[in-house]
Design a protein around this ligand. Structure first.
Ligand SMILES: *[C@@H]1O[C@H](CO)[C@@H](O)[C@H](O)[C@H]1NC(C)=O
Ligand SMILES: *[C@@H]1O[C@H](CO)[C@@H](O)[C@H](O)[C@H]1NC(C)=O
Ligand SMILES: *[C@@H]1O[C@H](CO)[C@@H](O)[C@H](O)[C@H]1NC(C)=O
Length: 313
């Protein structure tokens, strides 16, 4: 009897632990446009992969007729019927006729977060091929992490300009802080400090040291590897320009479907947030393996694999 009770207790504890972990993923859908949206089995497979995440950060929706995101949203909610996802969709961005949209899919019942604002970076200086999509989330019941709000900057950096665009993300952070003073007002000096610590054009002797209680995450397809950003530049980005961020997707995980490069990244500023991540949960999702696909089949889904991590609020 005691054994039974202790087993029930154990199961309850395990379930409790399991339920409280929230999975956040990022996925570049490689030209998810009218053609992919019209292919129902393919859309269903993509929705299946996304439904593994409580909060999904999506790149490369490319439909000129603007319908594809709604098709995907519907497919997703047909899988997750009892806990639907909300969709926060950006406008179309891109300098040429080729434009893309970003999405945040939030399964509010399981993610424990709600969207409080979302906007595209106002790129008056034309620094980006695709201005990042910025979403601020509120943690509804922070238990032990102490994270109350955080902001995701969803990016799809231009391959041949990835290094410069990544450096330019410091302007996006500056703009965010300036426009959202309330998140940086905890102490009388914290707003001014945040702006000062967010060094633009960093050098070895003047590195950024942004330290606030409002975490900023830069997430998405950075094209940050192989021929686009050299290892030397990756090293200087890590040790100088983003010395104050934790890089939780390292080169040991390959994020393209061919498993050769680490293009997709998650950079996080903020100790509370990083400390709440479940160790070893930060990795790529190899759907080719999980769904027993050939490489060719997997490439029809996307040329990227998602990256993800689990966190406990
Ligand atoms: C950063 O460097 C660029 C290019 O050298 C320059 O145009 C820009 O004004 C600098 N920005 C700041 C904030 O120092
Ligand atoms: C972050 O929160 C802690 C605890 O509430 C506080 O002591 C600290 O001043 C805050 N830091 C900033 C930069 O606002
Ligand atoms: C996961 O994140 C930790 C830092 O929190 C890092 O040391 C580790 O290398 C990361 N793992 C991968 C596979 O990127």
């Amino acid at each position: 009897m005691i054994k039974l009770i202790s087993n029930i207790l154990l199961v309850t504890i395990l379930l409790g632990t399991y339920v409280s972990a929230v999975r956040i993923g990022s996925f570049n859908l490689h030209q998810y446009g009218s053609k992919k949206a019209a292919n129902a089995p393919l859309t269903n497979t993509i929705a299946q992969i996304i439904s593994d995440f409580d909060l999904a950060i999506i790149q490369e929706i490319s439909d000129v007729s603007l319908k594809a995101p709604y098709v995907l949203h519907e497919a997703l909610n047909q899988i997750s019927t009892s806990n639907p996802y909300t969709m926060t969709l950006s406008g179309r961005v891109g300098r040429s006729a080729t434009k893309e949209q970003f999405i945040f899919f939030n399964r509010e019942a399981t993610s424990g977060v709600e969207v409080v604002q979302a906007y595209l970076y106002d790129d008056v200086e034309d620094r980006f091929e695709r201005p990042p999509f910025i979403g601020t989330f509120k943690v509804k019941k922070p238990v032990k992490s102490g994270v109350q709000f955080f902001t995701v900057m969803d990016v799809h950096l231009r391959p041949d300009d990835a290094y410069v665009e990544l450096l330019n993300m410091r302007y996006v952070i500056e703009d965010f802080i300036e426009k959202n003073q309330k998140y940086f007002d905890e102490t009388p000096t914290s707003f001014a400090s945040a702006l000062e610590q967010n060094v633009i054009n960093a050098t070895v002797n003047n590195k950024p040291s942004l330290k606030t209680n409002h975490s900023i995450l830069i997430v998405g397809d950075f094209n940050a590897d192989c021929s686009y950003i050299s290892l030397r530049r990756q090293l200087s980005l890590r040790s100088i320009d983003y010395a104050d961020f934790t890089w939780i997707i390292n080169n040991e995980v390959k994020t393209n479907t061919r498993q050769t490069c680490t293009y997709d990244r998650v950079l996080i500023n903020g100790d509370n947030f990083v400390d709440a991540i479940i160790p070893n949960s930060n990795t790529t999702v190899n759907y080719q393996q999980q769904m027993s696909m050939t490489l060719e089949e997997a490439l029809r889904v996307s040329d990227h694999m998602p990256v993800k991590f689990d966190i406990e609020w």
